[in-house]
Design a protein around this ligand. Sequence first.
Ligand code: NAD
Length: 263
Amino acid sequence: MAGRLEGKVAVVTGGVSGIGLGTVELFVGEGAKVVAADIQDEKGAMLEQRFPGQVRYAHCDVTAEAEIAAAVQLAASEFGGLDVLFNNAGISDMMRTLAEVEADRWSWVFDILVRGPALGMKHAAPLMAERGGGSIVNTASIAGLQAGWGPLAYSSAKAAVIHMSRCAAAQLSPQKIRVNAICPGLIATSIFGASLGLPRAVADQMAARVAENAPKAQPIPKAGMPEDIARAALYLASDDSAFVTGTHVVVDGGITIGGRHSW
Ligand code: NAD
């Protein structure tokens, strides 16, 4: 049976770790060719070796427009075009309160989380238009929907991603390009350790600890796993969501519904 992304070409930013890695694996399993764009070159090289002919790694810091443009172009030169962009690269920060805000750090958070996806869409859209359309998926967060789930700059940036996805969906609809966001809840990845400034290897080990310490009050009382988000990305990337644009999909084990679940 043909995969749900058979014949499609995707770029996944943040593609060598956590949610991005889970998505690359799922997309490849569904028949896609994928450019994994990230700044962890060793992991990128290993990923290429795991999926010869199906995955190319692009060193791409999403704060650098030229590197984003090059990653997107690699999809065209290597695999013949572009159908799907998953703008997923991300970091967190530790500025919890207004008093802790530092101007440069605030800009850094927004450059990665908001400007990066904007530039990704800018460079991907013309290539998608050449193929008669495409799908863009932006990773937001429940922190962009409700207060209290993340640091201040991070949460504000994720709210911007949700709204930017709506604006882009309206702009790109004439080219048959759909744009949607995903709002993950607590997912067991290394982002938490990385945001504490821990070395990547230590942060990677912490992902397993996150999985063990999921919120007990969550209606589905377990930490989400990267593949939980990857499956939502697959839905939004594929023709299964052909009538869906300008919205966000919440994948959070129900943690944002509020209320108590004692019966
Ligand atoms: P992760 O740390 O495992 O993966 C993030 C990836 O982004 C890493 O591979 C990292 O190298 C890459 N990256 C960081 N800065 C980059 C840059 N400047 N340019 C290119 N790549 C860069 O974490 P994750 O949890 O898989 O994060 C993926 C996305 O999911 C992020 O946007 C994050 O904000 C979002 N998210 C995560 C959670 C969660 O609970 N893990 C919840 C909500 C949203």
